[in-house]
Write a protein that binds this ligand. Structure first.
Ligand SMILES: Nc1ncnc2c1ncn2[C@@H]1O[C@H](COP(=O)(O)OP(=O)(O)OP(=O)(O)O)[C@@H](O)[C@H]1O
Ligand SMILES: Nc1nc2c(ncn2[C@@H]2O[C@H](COP(=O)(O)O)[C@@H](O)[C@H]2O)c(=O)[nH]1
Length: 194
């Protein structure tokens, strides 16, 4: 898949250490911007309370995920936190070709890979927590992980933070309303100016 045939849709990518608030911000941003559709990734991780298959993720078995890898079904995929996560090629191609703007929530490697496929069509926004202590308390407050899984996520945070400068923009999610306002402006400018 390449960027050279002037596809119409734009790709907006959020990355951040787990627990920073990407999903929370994504939800609010989608309420404010028309023609912006969330890219539903595939994953092998267990479904969380309140999540729905096909809405938050396509929840696949490891075997099904690996079959999809063999069939070149992912634009990008990564393995971390003991699970696979990947962006489905068909869904992305369809959106881009039909002029739909998509919002992605990807780890840093996935974000940088997607940008390689769509260098001019993608906007990478890195969302930072105010501090690692705040990140820990947000993850604790979410009550979605056991202690081991929480420590795994915090350990990976410094790796993710080390790539912040590779992104087009960095935004701190301290005050949620302010972060959302800033990000909405960045996205609206990007969508309208290119
Ligand atoms: N600005 C903020 N101030 C205080 N709490 C926040 C803020 N933004 C998000 N939160 C809370 O932090 C927790 C983590 O947020 P969220 O699930 O959106 O993170 P995430 O980056 O999407 O994590 P993951 O990558 O693990 O999916 C949630 O309980 C959310 O309500
Ligand atoms: N490279 C990719 N990373 C992805 C994708 N979908 C989600 N993610 C990232 O996974 C972590 C953990 O998510 P969680 O739902 O288990 O908390 C998060 O940081 C996402 O950004 C993907 O398709 N590719």
């Amino acid at each position: 898949m390449s960027d050279t045939v002037a596809p119409k849709g734009k790709l907006i990518v959020f990355s951040a250490p787990s627990g920073t608030g990407k999903s929370t911000i994504a939800h609010r941003v989608m309420q404010r911007i028309d023609n912006l559709v969330f890219s539903v990734s595939a994953t092998t991780r267990a479904i969380r309370e309140g999540e729905k298959d096909g809405v938050n993720y396509f929840f696949l078995t490891k075997e099904r995920f690996e079959e999809t890898i063999r069939n070149d079904g992912f634009i990008e995929y990564e393995h971390f936190f003991g699970n696979y996560y990947g962006t489905l090629v068909d869904k992305t191609r369809e959106a881009v070709d039909t002029g739909v703007n998509m919002l992605f929530d990807l780890d840093v490697k996935g974000a940088l890979n997607l940008k390689k496929h769509f260098p001019r069509r993608s906007l990478l926004i890195f969302i930072k927590p105010p501090s690692l202590d705040v990140l820990r308390s947000r993850l604790l407050g979410r009550e979605s992980e056991d202690e081991d899984a929480l420590e795994q996520r915090l350990l990976r945070a410094s790796f993710e933070m080390s790539h912040a400068r590779d992104f087009d923009y960095e935004v701190v999610n301290d005050d949620l309303d302010e972060a959302v306002d800033t990000i909405v402006t960045l996205i609206e400018d990007f969508i309208s100016n290119q």
